[in-house]
Ligand binder design. Structure first.
Ligand code: UDP
Ligand code: MG
Length: 331
C-alpha cells in the first residue's frame, strides 16, 4: 500500500486574554488565511490565559466544530509570555507562528513568512514599520525600550520587533529545552541563533477591546527583558559606587585645603547631609538592583511549574507532546 505523503504542518499560536470582542473576527481571518494556504496543514492553538469573559466558551465551541482548532485553557492568568510558551510547548508543527489575538498583526503576513521559511530561514520576525492607533507615549516608550535593551544586552535583539514571528522546528525545540522562568520570548529566540531575517509589516489598530498591557504590566515586561538579558545593571552599581568615592575624595581634598591654607572653614552641616543622602540613595539603588536579581534567582529555585493547564481540547488522547503543567486534563 502506498502511504500517503504527509504535508508539513504549520502551528499558529494565539494567546488570548479577555478577547471576547475580537475572537470571532480573528477566527474568521485565520480561517480565511488557512483556506488560502497550499502544501501545508495548519493547526490553530489558542491559549486562553485565564480569561474572565466569554473567550473560553467561544473557543471551546470553535474547537468542537473544527479539528484544526486546539485549546489550552489556563487555570488562571499567567501572562502573555507564559501563554505563548505553553503554545510553543504544545505545537507539533514543522514551523510555529506566534500571533496576537487582536488582529494587530495581520494573519495575511504569515504567507510572506512561509515564503522566507521555505527559502531556508529559521526565524522570520515581523518588524513594525508603522504602529497605527497607538498612543505617542506607547510608541515613544517602546522605541526607547528596544534601544536601551539592545545597548545593555549581550545578544543583539532586533529593534521594534514583537512576538509576531515564524520559527522552524529546530528553534522551537531549543526553546522548549529552555527551563528558565523569565520568559522574554523575543529575546530567547534571538539568543538561540540560526538563520534569522526581518520582515517589515504595518502593525494595525486593535480590532476591538482594550489593550491587555496596562502601564504596570508594560513596565514589568520591560524590566524582565532587561534583567534576563543583561547583568550590566549590577555593574552599574560598581560604577556609581566608584563615582561616589571619587566625589567624596575630591570633597575631602577640598576641605583639607581650606583647613590648611585658608581661614574659611567649612561649617559642615549642609555638606554632610548632602553627602549622607547622596550615598544613602546610591546604596539603596544598588541594593534594589541586587534584590531584583536575587528575587529572580529565588523564583527559579522554587521551581514551580511555569503554568497550570485546566483543560486541553482538541489534542489527541495522550495530550500534547510536551507540557510544563502538572495537571493535565485531556479530552
Ligand atoms: N494577552 C495574554 N495574557 C495577558 C495579556 C495579554 O494572553 O495577560 C494576550 C492578548 O489577548 C493579546 C496579546 O497577548 O492576544 C497581546 O496583548 P495586547 O494586544 O493587549 O497588548 P498590546 O498589543 O496592547 O501591547
Ligand atoms: Mg495588541
Amino acid at each position: 500500500m502506498i502511504e500517503q505523503l504527509k504535508q508539513p504542518l504549520l502551528s499558529v499560536v494565539i494567546p488570548c486574554y479577555n478577547e471576547e470582542e475580537v475572537i470571532g473576527e480573528t477566527m474568521k481571518r485565520l480561517k480565511a488565511f488557512c483556506s488560502e494556504i497550499v502544501n501545508l496543514d495548519v493547526e490553530l492553538i489558542f491559549v486562553d490565559d485565564g480569561s474572565r469573559d466569554k473567550t473560553r466558551e467561544l473557543l471551546k465551541n470553535y474547537a468542537a466544530e473544527d479539528a484544526r482548532i486546539k485549546l489550552i485553557g489556563f487555570a488562571r492568568n499567567f501572562g502573555h509570555q507564559i501563554a505563548v510558551t505553553a503554545g510553543i510547548d504544545a505545537a507539533c508543527g514543522d514551523a510555529v507562528v506566534l500571533i496576537d489575538a487582536d488582529l494587530q498583526d495581520p494573519p495575511e503576513v504569515i504567507h510572506e513568512m512561509i515564503v522566507k521559511w521555505r527559502e531556508g530561514y529559521d526565524v522570520v520576525y515581523g518588524t513594525r514599520t508603522e504602529r497605527q492607533g497607538e498612543s505617542i507615549f506607547k510608541i515613544a516608550t517602546a522605541r526607547s525600550f528596544y534601544r536601551l535593551l539592545n545597548r545593555l544586552s549581550d545578544v543583539p535583539i532586533p529593534l521594534d520587533t514583537g512576538d509576531f514571528r515564524l520559527m522552524s522546528r529546530p528553534v522551537v525545540d531549543t526553546l522548549r529545552a529552555m527551563p528558565e522562568r523569565d520568559r522574554f520570548v523575543r529575546g530567547l529566540v534571538s539568543w538561540v541563533g540560526f538563520k534569522q531575517i526581518a520582515l517589515p509589516y504595518k502593525r494595525s489598530v486593535r480590532f476591538a477591546g482594550e489593550s491587555k498591557y496596562p502601564l504596570r504590566k508594560m513596565l514589568s515586561f520591560a524590566i524582565d527583558g532587561i534583567l534576563s538579558f543583561s547583568t550590566k545593571p549590577l555593574q552599574m552599581s560598581i560604577t556609581l559606587g566608584m563615582l561616589c568615592a571619587c566625589l567624596a575624595m575630591s570633597g575631602i581634598l577640598y576641605v583639607l585645603w581650606l583647613r590648611l591654607f585658608t581661614h574659611i572653614w567649612v561649617e559642615g552641616w549642609t555638606a554632610l547631609m548632602i553627602a549622607v543622602l547622596f550615598l544613602g540613595g546610591i546604596q539603596l539603588i544598588s541594593v534594589g538592583i541586587l534584590g531584583e536579581y536575587i528575587g529572580r534567582i529565588y523564583n527559579e529555585i522554587k521551581n514551580r511549574p511555569l503554568y497550570v493547564v485546566q483543560e486541553y481540547l482538541g489534542f489527541n488522547q495522550t495530550g500534547p507532546e510536551m507540557s510544563r503543567s502538572p495537571v493535565i486534563n485531556k479530552s
